[in-house]
Design a protein around this ligand. Structure first.
Ligand code: ZN
Length: 499
């Protein structure tokens, strides 16, 4: 056993080194690099990623996995070794199905498509992007053909982000949410947007306050960095080297870095919490997109938009911004950051309407791929469905169908995981509270260590060892269930209406 296993470990560690090097280049590109470096950087990244991929799909890796098969039964199925073998086998078998020529074409079209999308969005010119979308859809169909037929072909796209999850499971959750979220929105209090939402919120103070919260949540100085970017993200090179980015909007409370920081810290704590024994293996990351998003949302929303959190943090926050919030009592501030109202842009949506933005994309991408909806008719289909779900109509494509990057990069199957993450965040929180009954009292004291410790113990330390279904059962006590999330939203909206 041990010879083949240590060879496999060594091979995987070297591949992981290349993957990490590519991530460092990516981080640098988005945070530090002057624009002039773009062309050379694209080549460098492509080379590293190709090397990593070619090393991984070699016959030798498959032979090592075969050699290990007879002794696998002797391993504890929860051990790092058994999980490493199982996950590597799944990844290897999947990666081998895609011909290099198709993979290369997908990478090229994604990169050119994203560029075309950025220009189309800037000029509100959907027509110039439409042909790229057609090429992307055609490549998705070729990708699907690389796999044995499944009950629903969308399963194969979902599998890239949520391994093993089936479309009908997502549909079951979304069919429950669709009418329930619309009812919640209909019953939300409608009131004017408060003037203090428009700031100004100076960047310097935002950065200081973001750091204060990040440190309080557990993003320690020796293992984390926090830098400003246009689009916030989190990337990690090791459990002890996690890079967070945030954005600063001076004229919009909802775009205040505090919320994007709390979101990215949630992702970062998950990456940081992996057992260090998993470093330099393919297990050293979160389990799936939805579970990852459950952590960003748990810290950003379940904790970061709660009244107990702001009872602790509001005095410092208000002081940081001089006169803007001087006459704004805590309850009014709390209502402003939680109120449900329809808006056009997904990333700015409140917790109640966010799910409707996702359901729209989930339905449309299936119609585009398998239901006969053409890219010519897509903008109108978007606007009509938007009006049906949210009651307002986008005035142009820039604020409608062109707002997200995902489809231009070929990321079909990704959107639903955002909402599954929201649902899971509350499911996991409910479990956490059965062990830590005073969790919100601790939040109110600005004390997050026990919460962080619980999440590390029950979720973070396992990295990618288990399948999403297994991990969800372990941390949330069962399969994904929308009821806790709907109760949470109903309670929150009721308390805001009463305040
Ligand atoms: Zn996220």
């Amino acid at each position: 056993m041990s010879d083949a296993l240590s060879t496999l470990r060594r091979e995987l560690a070297q591949i992981e080194d290349l993957v990490i090097a590519a991530r460092v280049l990516e981080w640098d590109q988005l945070v530090m690099m002057p624009r002039g470096g773009a062309e050379t950087r694209a080549e460098g990244l492509a080379t590293l990623n190709r090397f990593a991929h070619e090393l991984f799909v070699r016959d030798e890796i498959g032979e090592l996995l075969d050699e290990l098969r007879p002794s696998e039964a002797d391993l504890d199925p929860d051990s790092d070794e058994a999980c490493l073998i199982a996950v590597t086998r799944r990844d290897w078998e999947k990666a081998r199905r895609i011909p290099p020529e198709l993979r290369g074409e997908m990478t090229r079209v994604a990169s050119a498509g994203m560029e075309a999308w950025a220009e189309a969005r800037a000029r509100d010119d959907y027509a110039s992007f439409r042909l790229w979308l057609d090429r992307t859809l055609e490549l998705k169909h070729r990708y699907i053909e690389c796999f044995p037929a499944t009950e629903d072909p969308y399963d194969l796209l979902l599998d890239d982000f949520e391994p093993g999850m089936r479309t009908d499971e997502v549909r079951r959750v979304f069919e429950r949410l669709r009418p329930a979220l619309r009812d919640l929105l209909a019953s939300a209090v409608d009131e004017e947007v408060e003037a203090f939402v428009a700031g100004p919120y100076p960047r310097g103070a935002q950065h200081e306050l973001s750091l204060t919260v990040a440190r309080a949540f557990g993003a320690t100085e020796d293992c984390f960095r926090l830098d400003p970017t246009v689009h916030p993200f989190c990337i990690s090179f090791a459990t002890r080297d996690v890079r967070l980015t945030t954005r600063y909007a001076e004229d919009d409370l909802h775009g205040n870095s505090i919320f994007s920081t709390m979101h990215e810290v949630g992702h970062g704590l998950y990456e940081h919490g992996g057992d260090t024994a998993l470093d330099r293996t393919p297990l050293a990351t979160g389990c799936s997109s939805a579970l990852h998003e459950s952590q960003s949302r748990l810290w950003e929303n379940v904790i970061g938009r709660s009244l107990p959190f702001w009872r602790w943090f509001y005095p410092q926050f208000r002081d940081g911004f001089g006169s803007v919030l001087a006459d704004v009592p805590l309850e009014r501030f709390h209502r402003a950051i939680n109120r449900a109202r329809p808006s056009l842009i997904r990333v700015d949506a409140d917790e109640t309407t966010y799910g409707l933005h996702i359901i729209l994309r989930f339905e449309l991408e299936q119609e585009l791929l398998f239901g006969g909806l053409t890219t010519t008719d897509l903008p109108e289909a978007w606007n009509a469905k938007f009006e049906e779900l949210l009651g307002i109509r986008p005035p142009n494509d820039r604020l409608g169908v062109l707002q997200d990057v995902h489809w231009s990069g070929g990321m079909f199957g990704y959107f639903p995981t955002y909402q599954l993450g929201n649902v899971l965040s509350v499911q996991i929180w409910e479990r956490l509270v059965t062990d830590l009954a005073d969790a919100y009292e601790q939040v109110e004291q600005g004390s997050f260590g026990a919460i962080h410790g619980w999440l590390r113990e029950h979720l973070y330390r396992h990295g990618r060892k288990f399948t999403p279904a297994e991990m969800t059962a372990r941390v949330a006590g069962g399969p994904i269930d929308p009821e806790p999330y709907l109760r949470y939203l109903a309670d929150k909206n009721a308390s805001l209406a009463a305040a």
